[in-house]
Design a protein around this ligand. Structure first.
Ligand code: NAI
Length: 295
């Protein structure tokens, strides 16, 4: 354990959008970080992303970490010696299971193995591991540097000591951990998606305008962003997929409204296509239309 309270060495498997962000967070907090990527091109892109993020943090006043503390590699044996490994490969059950089993074989027996899955079951991912007690979810949010929440997700077999260590490490990153039992949508997506779906049903029923509904939550409930703008930012297609998954797992209260399906069919996916419940500029900034409160 280092003086920061983090494991001396942290490994991240998959250095994409989330993996790079997670690697950056641990580097800035003082850990040595090893990122394992699938090929040389992906490894060099991951390295570039992490170093750019580090430069940004240093420009904003954070102390510069020693660049020698970052290793980005395609060699899995580099996992050897890590006290914590976080898997952040794409959201595919078999791909993740394979990566986790491979990592488990190379990690020290007392290491914690985590997954950054946003929706898969921790118990399903643990199937095939020989040390499921040391396995849990560490659900970081995107973008990692700006997000202060991490969900620590405990599977049926997760040992209490592993969960407690994970909570401590999250705190050492300067973030806040909440502990969640393995269940569909964890805490954040389950509640956030339900609010978004109800807001869409309210648009469908003509209860108020999208701007009116968002304003109700922003001013009335102090949400930083209303549920419909947030749906636009996440992507209506992404929200539809999650809603369908939660409807299958948790029941009809997550059934996607007809309006959401229609908008996705028509290619109105939100910010990324320029139009969702609101209009968005090419640079991703909102374009106010008549009847909207100026922002
Ligand atoms: P991404 O596609 O940006 O990154 C995945 C990375 O994994 C790529 O760099 C890819 O080269 C690498 N990879 C693929 N197969 C590999 C293998 N066998 N070994 C090593 N590396 C491999 O995906 P993203 O968005 O970073 O998502 C990663 C995980 O994080 C997913 O489980 C996702 O559900 C979860 N997540 C994503 C969030 C988001 O907003 N993008 C938010 C929270 C969680």
């Amino acid at each position: 354990m280092s003086t920061s309270g983090l494991p001396e060495r942290v490994a991240v498997i998959g250095g994409g959008r989330m993996g790079s962000g997670i690697a950056h967070a641990f580097l800035m907090a003082g850990a040595e970080v090893t990122v394992v990527e699938q090929n040389a091109t992906a490894a060099s892109e991951a390295r570039e992303r992490i170093l750019t993020a580090v430069e940004g943090s240093v420009r904003r006043g954070s102390p510069a970490p020693d660049p020698a503390r970052l290793l980005v590699t395609v060699t899995w044996e580099a996992l050897n010696g890590a006290g914590l490994a976080i898997e952040a490969v794409p959201e595919l059950l078999d791909l993740k299971r394979e990566a986790l089993a491979r990592a488990e074989q190379l990690l020290p027996v007392d290491a914690v193995l985590a997954t950054n899955t946003s929706s898969l079951s921790i118990d399903a991912l643990a199937d095939g591991l020989t040390r499921p007690g040391a396995f849990l979810g560490l659900h970081f949010f995107n973008p990692v540097p700006a997000s202060t929440l991490v969900e620590v997700v405990l599977g049926t077999a997760t040992a209490a000591t592993a969960g407690e260590a994970a909570e401590r490490w999250v705190r050492a990153l300067g973030k806040t951990a909440i502990t969640v039992r393995d269940s569909p949508g964890f805490a954040s997506s389950r509640l956030g998606v339900l609010l978004g779906l109800e807001a869409i049903r309210m648009v469908e029923e003509g209860v108020a305008t999208p701007d009116g509904i968002d304003t109700a939550m922003e001013l009335g409930y102090k949400h930083p962003v209303g549920p419909l703008r947030l749906t636009d930012m996440v992507g209506l297609d992404v929200r539809l997929d999650i809603a369908e998954y939660l409807a299958r797992e948790l029941g009809p209260r997550f059934e996607p409204p007809e309006l959401l399906r229609r908008m996705v069919d028509e290619g109105m996916l939100g910010r990324k296509t320029g139009q969702g419940f609101f209009a968005w500029g090419e640079d991703g900034s909102p374009i106010a239309t008549a009847g909207e409160r100026p922002r």
